[in-house]
Design a protein around this ligand. Structure first.
Ligand SMILES: [Zn+2]
Length: 251
């Protein structure tokens, strides 16, 4: 009897996990790449959006997003400050389950990013709960949490896990969203589409689904960055890279 209840719980959880992971469009590579401002050393992407491989080159599991990466990863030492990619509002935070870890969700309005859509960003695997609360406004480039390896230990990454930022972004026409999942960590924004975080740095792309047909000269995104001095370069940029960059000293 007890086993039956447990089995029912496991099945219910699997069904829920499957429904929140699946999206109404197939994840596909955007074709975008990133170039950082000259004179700055930035942490690169270790596994891009829609990649079939992890940072170490191993193949991802085929049962989540068809084995395609649902965000972008940046390998980081634990405790590295994670920066808000644009002005926004904290809409959820907490501790998720395995593969998820400590997370924070932000919502960025079109006026926050200069993009025509609402952007919902999710930062995962934080080392501790952020010192923020739901409803707080955050400024572009300000710290929203510290990197870590929560939710990554066990299975592929071994007992110590893999310290990195996993950043996912959803693009949609509406500010409306629902919080789902057994940890309250899954947000479904109305008509929003999971896609490459690099799209944010294109700024004026009106139709996210058109990203794959951009001409070659628009396929390199050039995000603004926060330097060691805590300022955004170029000054006044609305969107920034989620990790600060080191300014290289001139010889
Ligand atoms: Zn990831």
């Amino acid at each position: 009897m007890r086993f039956t209840i447990l089995l029912a719980m496991v099945l219910a959880f699997s069904a829920q996990a499957a429904s929140v992971e699946r999206r109404d469009h197939a994840i596909a590579a955007s074709g975008l790449s990133v170039a950082f401002p000259s004179g700055y050393a930035c942490e690169p992407i270790s596994s891009p959006f829609a990649s079939a491989t992890r940072y170490d080159g191993s193949m991802r599991r085929g049962d989540r997003n068809g084995g395609m990466h649902g965000g972008m990863d940046i390998s980081l030492e634990t405790g590295t400050p994670l920066l808000s990619i644009a002005d926004g509002e904290v809409i959820a935070l907490g501790e998720g389950g395995a593969l998820e870890g400590i997370y924070i969700w932000l919502r960025h309005a079109p006026e926050d990013t200069g993009s025509p859509y609402f952007v919902f960003s999710k930062y995962q695997h934080l080392s501790a709960l952020p010192q923020l609360k739901i409803g707080d406004r955050v400024k572009a480039g300000k710290v929203v949490g510290l990197s870590g390896a929560t939710g990554t230990a066990g299975k592929h990454y071994g007992s110590s896990g893999y310290a990195h930022l996993h950043l996912s972004t959803f693009y949609g026409p509406s500010d409306e969203y629902e919080i789902k999942g057994m940890y309250g960590s899954m947000i479904t924004a109305r008509e929003a589409r999971l896609d490459d975080p690099l799209i944010l740095y294109l700024g004026d792309l009106h139709d996210v689904s058109a990203v794959q047909s951009l001409p070659d000269e628009r396929r390199t995104v050039r995000p603004a960055v926060v330097g060691d001095d805590g300022h955004i370069h170029p000054e006044g940029s609305k969107t920034v890279w989620p990790v600060a960059c080191r300014k290289l000293t001139k010889r």
